[in-house]
Design a protein around this ligand. Sequence first.
Ligand code: COA
Length: 377
Amino acid sequence: MQERYAKIAGWGKYVPEKILTNHDLEKMVDTSDEWIRTRTGIQERRIRTENDTNSSMAVAAGRQALEKAGLAPTDVDLIIVATSSPDYLLPPVSSQVQHMLGAKCGAFQLGAGCSGWVYGLVVGTNMIRSGAYDTVLVIGSEIISFAIDYTDRTTCVLFGDAAAAVVLTASEEPTGVLAFELGSDGSDYDALIVPDAGSSNPLSQSTIDNRNGYIKMDGRRVFKFASRTVAQSLKRVIDQAGLLPDDIDLFIPHQANARIVEAGARLLRQPVDKFYMNIHKYGNTSTASVPLAMVEAIEEGRLKDGDKVAMIAFGAGLTWATVVVQMGVGEISPAHSLFSAARLNYLAKRTTNKVIDSVQMSLLPLYTWFVGRNKKK
Ligand code: COA
């Protein structure tokens, strides 16, 4: 049987009109534009207006993706909506989105924190690769501001609202997701949590009194996890694709903190300008973050057909999800050809990288201790 691939055939985004700047936040909590910019890279974020709902934002992004691909909603075989902020606890927002779009297909909501959309991209891809479906719409939509305590300076400066989507279509050319890793480490489940409002602690007066219906985050714990995971997972998935970090044209990391991205770039020994960032405009838009960055990278001409892109998201769970994607059609990795100068060159560079990586990993605890020591001074 001919191998099937899932091509990224269309993309779209929606960002609310309302802008909340660092200076606006200075008037709300004890913070400063300088602190937020230097610690996170964020300058402003979008917040939903009264006209925006999770479903309306998902539909706007999804419709744009379908138009770009020249497809009608009735062409779609499956809709996946990744989110942590659906319109209602029940029903899943995916059914509202399916109805509002006018699609006639199955739809489900996917929850994997900020990693949700990348999880969805992998699920959609494999639905197509298995032959089950030909066209899958994968949306990430987030009104995360509803779960933010705007009296808590440790979280309210970080997050914003947005939606973005891609449509995947079946292809016989090698394209789309070439390799992936889906990760979860539930031992840190409480590092990023909304303590009340689930079935463990249903809503009550104490939820309101203790402000436990909002996101509580141990920022340092998440920071440590993310700084470790970004480079390590990217290395594994790039290797699985038969590529080297140098072969990647653009990295699209989760837009949670510019310092996490810079640490990842250093550990991968890649220039930081190969890492796309729009965090200054939007902050962390949770599951919409990676697809929104991907759509804007395409719009700005930073990502085009033929390019190889590595994307990584991480978030509550704690979860992470990493993919290497071929945009359009490109050259197959030299790792897959049997005997060639290109393969020998690839193997030599891969071995050198592995040696440097193992030295780097053994020195990492020393480096972390040194950076921590300098910070305390
Ligand atoms: N404005 C001013 N000061 C603030 C502040 C704010 N918005 N938020 C925290 N601070 C203070 C802290 O209270 C602390 O004060 P203290 O030293 O008197 O106790 C000080 O700044 C340093 O706090 P710390 O937590 O060490 O800062 P940091 O450099 O680690 O940055 C985060 C905090 C949240 C920006 C950082 O930990 C982070 O980005 N973590 C990852 C979060 C993330 O990615 N979450 C989403 C995952 S999807």
